[in-house]
Write a new protein. Structure first.
Ligand SMILES: Cc1ncc(COP(=O)(O)O)c(C=O)c1O
Length: 408
């Protein structure tokens, strides 16, 4: 790998003959060695193994592995205060949490959502017998465009399910106004938005319910897991019952519930990671800033900047590639990075509206989601986690820069 700060002029000095042929991209790319180990888009945050063993021992001694045990109850309390919300419940994963959210709000018919998301968002709707109606996104945030919502509302619409994509907050005030005007419920898929705040208000305080995924690929996790935050304690009571088969007490099963319970081992990991999450987010902020500094002036490459008044969590580092300006398409860059053992992700390509199972929905028509379609073809998520070395980020940026300059 090239040493930090090595300028191309230095590479060409000494015994190298400075000819235009040497400026060929192939030559420059060959000077950068591939990573010996794969660099994946993320790496799970892991607690100290010795601390894990202490917690496991406590669980063994308690002889309670699941069913709302002490670890789960403690994590609910601690997460509630970390996320600054009054009503929070934990689940085995975020997808089942979304389904339970739909059920307790008694949704029916159509739900307006975004196609620019992970498959779980529309899938959770369909598993709840609801019809996803895909709404286009804003070009700046790639979140649901509030100006496109109203025209999709029909007498059959019961709710809006926006997603805070990459942890960037949706236009929460505008969305709430529309929901209020049409008496619609709002469930935020906040899978990416752990710990995010808008003007001092926690992200989980918007809408009727928010869902946080606690999957191992997320900023904060419990291996697998999910959390719902509710705007009313009554909703928490309902959700707690539904995650446990609808059991109210030993002799009263009052709802056809499901099994959505988080277990004690998951909660133990969650408790330990809560001790180091602030440090992880701070480290991610530094990674994001290094990426920004080193990718800043590459034509045809753009990225998100911090939004004033928003506390970010730096969950992902997406870049957007304008093929003409950059000189290569997003897909070409994706393939080029693979040659260096760097595995980026095309989140979110294909759009959910393009999935085989959703092609029968109206929004799958050509041209009805122009902003989302364009973004899906241009976005690439670079490796991001709090333990990435500055040299790794430097090499990734260098490869992108050299690859781009050749194309222009
Ligand atoms: C936007 C979004 N929604 C929902 C989910 C589903 O969460 P889980 O994997 O915890 O079921 C995920 C991630 O996995 C996601 O990225």
């Amino acid at each position: 790998m090239l040493a930090e700060g090595t300028a191309f002029a230095e590479i060409y000095s000494g015994s190298y003959i400075f000819t235009s042929a040497l400026l060929e991209r192939g030559f420059l790319m060959e000077l950068i060695e591939s990573f010996p180990e794969p660099v994946f888009v993320t790496q799970p945050l892991l607690p100290d193994i010795n601390k894990v063993m202490v917690k496991v021992r406590q669980i063994w001694e308690s002889k309670q592995l699941t069913n709302n045990g002490p670890m789960v109850r403690k994590l609910e309390e601690e997460l509630g205060s970390y996320l600054k919300v009054m009503n929070l419940s934990l689940f085995s994963n975020g997808t089942i949490a979304l389904q339970i959210a739909c059920r307790i709000l008694k949704l029916s018919g159509e739900v307006i959502t975004t196609p620019f998301t992970f498959a779980a968002t529309p899938h959770a709707l369909v598993w709840s017998n609801l019809k996803p109606v895909f709404c286009d996104v804003e070009n700046e945030t790639l979140n649901m465009d509030p100006d496109c919502i109203e025209k999709l509302i029909t007498p059959g619409t019961s709710a809006i399910m926006p997603v805070h994509v990459y942890g960037n907050p949706c236009a929460v005030e505008k969305i709430q106004k529309i929901a209020d005007r049409y008496a619609l419920k709002v469930i935020y898929d906040a899978a990416h938005a752990f710990g995010v705040e808008v003007a001092g208000k926690p992200i989980g305080a918007f809408g009727d319910i928010s869902m946080f995924s606690l999957h191992a690929t997320k900023v904060y996790h419990s291996v697998e897991g999910g959390a719902l935050t509710f705007n009313h304690p009554f909703l928490k009571e309902e959700a707690d019952m539904l995650r446990n088969f609808g059991i109210k007490n030993e002799e009263n099963i009052i709802e056809p519930g499901t099994n959505g319970k988080m277990n004690e081992l998951q909660a133990a990991i969650g408790l330990l990671l809560l001790e180091i999450i602030d440090e992880e987010i701070e480290n991610r902020r530094k990674v994001a800033n290094q990426y920004r500094a080193q990718l800043m002036d590459i034509p045809g490459l753009t990225f998100f900047r911090d939004i004033e008044g928003v506390k970010h969590n730096y969950a992902y580092f997406p870049i957007r590639i304008d093929c003409k300006e950059f000189g290569h398409s997003r897909d070409e860059l994706f393939e080029e990075l693979k040659k260096f053992n760097i595995f980026t992700r095309k989140y979110f390509y294909p759009l959910c509206s393009r999935f085989m199972c959703y092609r029968n929905l109206p929004a799958a028509d050509e041209g009805s989601l122009p902003v989302a379609e364009k973004a899906a073809g241009e976005i690439l998520v670079l490796p991001m986690h709090g333990r990435m070395g500055a040299d790794v980020i430097d090499t990734i940026c260098r490869i992108i820069r050299v690859y781009s300059s050749h194309g222009r």
